[in-house]
Design a protein around this ligand. Structure first.
Ligand code: TEU
Ligand code: CA
Length: 558
């Protein structure tokens, strides 16, 4: 049986600080900006706020390259601002969780600087540094952002360090107990400060197999995917168990893991009652349609039956093993509405449908900033408008594969991480009200139509729909059913219909969505007590047959 936890009934929200709200007119979002918007989040119904990294960083990977774990980057504010954010959140019964990025740090972190100064010394052992003879690198692994994982150690002709992400993100060597101890010390320092927990970044990468393993090349660059490394690494559980016992467990902290793995025992090991984390993200929908050759071969839109199969698959594997976290997007993914609904069908009705089928699943809903407004992908017109290092690399991969510049750009665009990273749309004034200066990344021109000022308080807006979904989830009458009720697919074989029961101890709900633009009929299982939510003004019922126009979704109490 799943042990109940305080956070199960909460709703979480991810803030990408650089793009949320700029308080001081430098074009970059900051902590003071976040504080000024806490009431907005409270109004939506948010309880837990995950902050993408705000630590000191050269921002080579937008803060996921940390140069000082104990300080706030001046661009985001000061430690006083952080203390104020914690205080203001607490006053509103909200919890702040930080991003824990400990697979790697920044090459500008003093550990790495010292390692460069003395590779054989204490800090050299914090990293993977190897002496290379005759130019033969220790392995042929390809970093996530392209090229070899090996880079020359500054100041040394014959030494290389390993980075599975950007070359400005040297991997920390978790085999070294001293390094692990430093990481735990830092985690506890933040927990002492009052953060409620962490989102745990790229965690599957901390365990490496023998680093002298060469894998069969899978592209013309002669390199092999890092997936090989993840698959072959044995023993990550010991690290994660130790980390939990030395840190989170002592503070009853909330943790959500960014776990990408094919391990059949993953759910039990990571989020079971004795799992390493409180919860982890379900990435089954985001991974659908992906291709190992690169983004240019991935499928831009995943919808209808594919989305349903992924969501139901996770729920089935999960059963009562643990509590998953559900998302439609994050700062690494395209906007959910653009990814899971064909462009020609994109409107408030279809956006509300996607919101309902996702939020009503069993699990902790995580909303990514702007999702609650129905923010969409961006019509970038040139690769020069893209800041994201991953998109820049994938663009090169597409060019190498023989696509023209124009083809390559359009092939990678649907997956660009910058789609979700453009500034938040607060209103329809200049720069969407995000900043009074030039924003660090362009604003999506559709802010004039899609913005918070227009939607908050407008009854039929996407924002109000999210607010209603969240409040239904918290409603004392339905809470037990929506938080803990079983998910049982209904008419799973009916095409482009996504319907499921939520069966609680004393109530049963039916979520039914027509996941396509054409009308379709749904035979209901019997009579129902009432309609709890409906994204259309009409309900076309004929006996027990519901005639559903395209993208209608209803939540019925049976
Ligand atoms: O992402 C880790 C990750 O595994 C990548 O697959 C990521 O989804 C991919 O690079 C997208 O192109 C985490 C963070 O969420 C991401 O923003 C960071 O870049 C990465 O770790 C390194 O810290
Ligand atoms: Ca600012």
């Amino acid at each position: 049986m799943l042990q109940k936890k305080w956070w199960h009934e909460k709703t979480a929200y991810q803030i990408y600080p650089k793009s949320f709200c700029d308080s001081n007119g430098d074009g970059i979002g900051d902590l003071k900006g976040i504080i000024s918007k806490l009431d907005y989040l409270k109004e939506l119904g948010v309880d837990i706020i995950w902050l993408s990294p705000i630590y000191c960083s050269p921002l080579a990977d937008q803060g996921y390259d940390i140069s000082d774990y104990y300080n706030i980057d001046p661009r985001f504010g000061t430690m006083d601002d952080m203390d104020e954010l914690l205080k203001e959140a607490k006053a509103r019964n909200m919890y702040i969780i930080m991003d824990l990025v400990v697979n790697h740090c920044s090459d500008e972190h003093q550990w790495f600087q010292k390692a460069c100064g003395d590779p054989e010394g204490e800090f050299g052992k914090y990293f993977y540094i190897e002496t290379v003879k005759d130019g033969k690198l220790p392995n042929n692994w390809r970093s996530y952002f392209g090229g070899s994982v090996w880079e020359k150690l500054p100041g040394h002709e014959d030494k290389y360090y390993m980075h599975v992400f950007h070359k400005k993100q040297p991997d920390l060597n978790w085999e070294n107990p001293k390094l692990r101890h430093e990481v735990y010390k830092m985690i506890n320092w933040w927990l002492e400060k009052g953060v409620a927990g962490f989102r745990i970044d790229a965690i599957m990468n901390i365990k490496k197999p023998n680093i002298f393993t060469t894998y069969p090349a899978d592209r013309e660059d002669g390199l092999a995917s890092i997936e090989n490394m993840i698959r072959d690494a044995v023993g990550i559980d010991e690290f994660l168990h130790e980390m939990k016992m030395e840190t989170f467990e002592k503070y009853n902290a909330f943790t959500v893991g960014e776990v990408f793995t094919d391990r059949p025992d993953a759910l039990k090991a990571f989020i079971g009652n004795d799992g390493h984390f409180s919860t982890m993200f379900d990435f089954s929908e985001t991974c659908a349609g992906k291709n190992e050759d690169g983004w240019y071969k991935c499928q831009p839109v995943v919808c209808g039956d594919e989305y349903k199969a992924c969501a139901f698959g996770t729920q089935k594997r999960l059963g009562d093993l643990g509590f998953i976290s559900n998302i439609i997007e994050n700062h690494d993914e395209p906007r959910g509405v653009s990814h899971y609904i064909p462009a020609e069908d994109l409107n408030d009705t279809s956006k509300k449908m996607l919101a309902a089928v996702n939020i009503m699943l069993r699990g902790l809903p995580f909303i990514y900033q702007g999702q609650e407004l129905g923010m969409t992908n961006v019509d970038f017109t040139s690769i020069d408008q893209i800041d994201d290092c991953s998109t820049q690399d994938e663009y090169k991969v597409a060019l190498k594969a023989g696509l023209s510049a124009d083809e390559a750009f359009h092939a990678v665009l649907p997956f660009s991480r910058d789609n979700a990273r453009t500034p938040f749309h607060w209103n329809d004034s200049a720069n969407a009200g995000f900043t009074s200066a030039a924003p660090w990344l362009m604003v999506n021109p559709n802010y004039v139509q899609i913005n918070a000022k227009d939607q908050v308080g407008r009854q039929n807006s996407v924002f109000s729909w999210y607010k209603e979904l969240i409040s239904l989830r918290k409603n004392p009458e339905y809470k037990e059913t929506i938080v803990y009720g079983e998910v049982i697919p209904y008419k799973a074989e009916q095409k482009n219909l996504m319907a499921y029961y939520r069966k609680g101890t004393d109530k049963t709900l039916l979520v039914a969505a027509n996941y396509q633009n054409k009308a379709q009929d749904l035979k209901l299982p019997g009579t129902f007590k009432q309609v709890l939510m409906n994204n259309l003004d009409t309900l076309d019922l004929d006996g027990s047959t519901l005639h559903m126009p395209g993208y209608q979704v209803v939540i019925l109490e049976l």
